[in-house]
Write a protein that binds this ligand. Structure first.
Ligand code: RDL
Ligand code: RDL
Ligand code: RDL
Length: 154
């Protein structure tokens, strides 16, 4: 039976890991190993350890880049690290980032963080168990958190 890994951060202003775990458990009875690290730059190695040491077949890396310029740089660095960890392990690490300034207020931010975590958790379930469902959704303008934008029309 495959194991799914989840890593989130204490920096984030919403419990993203909890939402992701809850969503996965609604759709699949599967073992989940969860880790929490301080911030997004700590996600790549935590995800890699879940793959190398805990044999996770896919990992979700969840976090919240802050609103300042230095946070955006930090997010880019974290993203690059997450991609590197994927290439080193030949394993998907689904990056779930919600930028603090994506929400117009705290309520919208919390909504977005919960919704994006849950929708990417569903993507993980599909990648593992229903890859043909993702092929059906190809080119349909899916978004996570926001409303889907749909296909471009001619
Ligand atoms: O390794 C310890 C920290 O450096 C690490 O946790 C960083 O990811 C923390 N951090 C920053 O240093 C920063 O400037 C974070 C952000 N910005 C950020 O926007 N979001 C984070 N961490 O999750
Ligand atoms: O690993 C899950 C997602 O992080 C990954 O699928 C990203 O490529 C999704 N994504 C963004 O997070 C983003 O900020 C995409 C875009 N922008 C984009 O412009 N086009 C995409 N994905 O195809
Ligand atoms: O078009 C509006 C948004 O889709 C766009 O601003 C995205 O870049 C927002 N976004 C992120 O910034 C991100 O880090 C998204 C994701 N991750 C994501 O995983 N899925 C999204 N948007 O739909």
């Amino acid at each position: 039976m495959p194991v799914i890994g989840i890593v989130d951060t204490t920096f984030a202003r919403f419990n993203m890991g909890k939402a992701a775990m809850d969503e996965i458990q609604k759709h699949a009875s599967i073992k989940i190993i969860r880790r929490t690290v301080p911030g997004i730059k700590d996600l790549p190695v935590a995800a890699k350890k879940l793959i190398d040491e805990e044999r996770c077949v896919i990992v979700m890396a969840l976090g919240m880049p802050g609103a300042k310029d230095k946070d955006k740089i930090c997010a880019h660095e974290a993203s690059t690290g997450i991609i590197q960890a994927q290439l080193m392990t030949n394993t998907h690490i689904i990056e779930v980032f919600v930028h603090e300034d994506e929400g117009n207020d705290e309520k919208e931010l919390a909504f977005l963080m919960e919704q994006r975590s849950r929708e990417h958790a569903l993507n993980v379930v599909k990648m593992l168990f229903k890859p043909e469902q993702l092929i059906k959704e190809a080119g349909t303008g899916q978004r996570q958190g926001y409303r889907d934008v749909g296909p471009a029309r001619v």
